[in-house]
Design a protein around this ligand. Structure first.
Ligand code: PLP
Length: 398
């Protein structure tokens, strides 16, 4: 619906939503308590960018800066830690709802050698490696072909064994699942597939902590609720977690939400375009600098939440993420600077392009983004590929 080839959008007819019980606020108290008991837990900063908002013709912009999560430069450990806790509690016969980190660590020391395995574009693997190391367990991590050396090293630094495969992300997921079966390891994958649902559900629950922190931070500072939410998607677990949480917690006040993907891995966009309720896959190399979003197969549980609650789906060229990275690095007015990586910045990049490009007026009108709007974005990573970050932010425009 646009004349701009770098941005495509679809706004499927409204669905009758099924509220996901796993994401109800009352079921998530144990998750938040567990995260608070982890070493180094701190709510990540929520920044306001009023000068940029004025520049873009909207009322305010909030950016949740997940580069500061547990010193890991991305939000992902929120999911991995809760999933590892779930697996350990099941093995130990302990109730997950009552667990905290010190008790779990103590109990884990009695279960012997446990190995957790996953596939990752980078951030989830680092989060899992960190979670395993905190509990004295081991981690094995499979990565897609072409993974940045800096992302491999960051995972190895947390003590995990890393294999860079010759597959794309979805192929690496299958290798990790096979390795788990063959070796008796525990698969901690951030996407679901037939017969594998419990762990990805825990991961989705884990991500809600950042959505909850935002509501608390807005309340503490007496700031208005957002009217709009731009959420980036790979397999869709993060977006579904945040949107499902807000749909449950805020009801009618849930922000109008747009799901944003790279055009080389836009499985949610294509699923929405088909609009028959079932998810679509994208194959091939999934070549995008938004490595965290380079996933061709939706998490089916996440897809159902996005299908039911998102207002629209946008598929973007890499340059849209670059716009967001540069804007956050070099703020206008007195706004704070934020280091935001490729997958973290695309939502803000989309907001900038919507304001600047008349050819996108149809999208703005469709989501009613105007002078009264307050936009919330999650900058889900910092400079996890520092060479590319430098090239995009400080190099010549491309
Ligand atoms: C930085 C970053 N943002 C967003 C995502 C998307 O999360 P999901 O795959 O759950 O959609 C990822 C996934 O790895 C990521 O690393």
């Amino acid at each position: 619906m646009t004349d701009d080839p770098s941005i495509k959008a679809v706004f499927p007819p409204k669905k009758i939503p099924a509220f996901p019980a796993a994401l109800k606020r009352e079921n998530l108290q144990p998750v938040f308590r567990f995260h608070q008991s982890l070493p180094g837990y701190q709510a990540t900063p929520l920044h306001c960018l009023p000068a940029l908002a004025r520049h873009l013709g909207i009322r305010n912009i909030y950016v949740k800066d997940e580069s500061r999560r547990f010193g890991l430069n991305a939000f992902k450990a929120l999911g991995a830690t809760w999933a590892v806790a779930g697996i350990l509690c099941a093995k130990l016969g302990r109730p997950l709802a009552d667990t905290d980190f010190p008790a779990l660590k103590q109990a884990a020391s009695h279960v012997g050698d446990m190995v957790f395995v996953t596939a990752t574009d980078g951030n989830h693997g680092r989060g899992l490696a960190w979670a395993a190391a905190q509990l004295g367990c081991r981690a094995v991590v499979y990565m897609p072909a072409g993974s940045a050396a800096s992302r491999v090293r960051a995972i190895e630094k947390e003590g995990a064994r890393v294999w860079v495969t010759d597959r794309n992300y979805d192929g690496a997921v299958r290798l990790a699942a096979a390795a788990a079966r063959e070796n008796g390891w525990h698969l901690v994958q951030d996407t679901a597939f037939e017969g594998y649902e419990q762990v990805p559900d825990w991961i989705l629950q884990g991500y809600t902590t950042m959505a909850r922190e935002v509501l608390e931070q807005l309340g503490d500072r007496e700031l208005a609720l957002p009217t709009h939410l731009f959420l980036q998607a790979g397999v869709g677990s993060m977006a579904a977690s945040v949107l499902g949480y807000y749909a449950n917690a805020l009801g009618e006040a849930c922000p109008r939400t747009v799901i944003v993907e790279p055009d080389q891995a836009d499985c949610m966009y294509r699923s929405a375009l088909a609009d028959d309720g079932t998810p679509r896959k994208v194959g091939g190399e999934l070549k995008t600098m938004m490595a965290g979003l380079a996933c061709g197969e939706p998490n089916p549980f996440a897809w159902r939440i996005l299908r039911d609650f998102a207002a629209g789906f946008v598929s973007c060229a890499d340059e849209v993420a670059a716009v967001g990275m540069r804007q956050l690095a070099r703020p206008v007015g007195g706004d704070p600077a934020i280091v935001s990586g490729e997958s973290g910045a695309v939502g803000l990049g989309l907001a900038c392009r919507l304001a600047a490009d008349g050819a996108l007026a149809g999208i703005k009108a469709q989501i009613q983004l105007d002078a009264s709007s307050v936009l919330l974005c999650f900058s889900t990573e910092g400079d996890t590929d520092p060479d590319n970050y430098r090239a995009v932010v400080h190099g010549p425009p491309r």
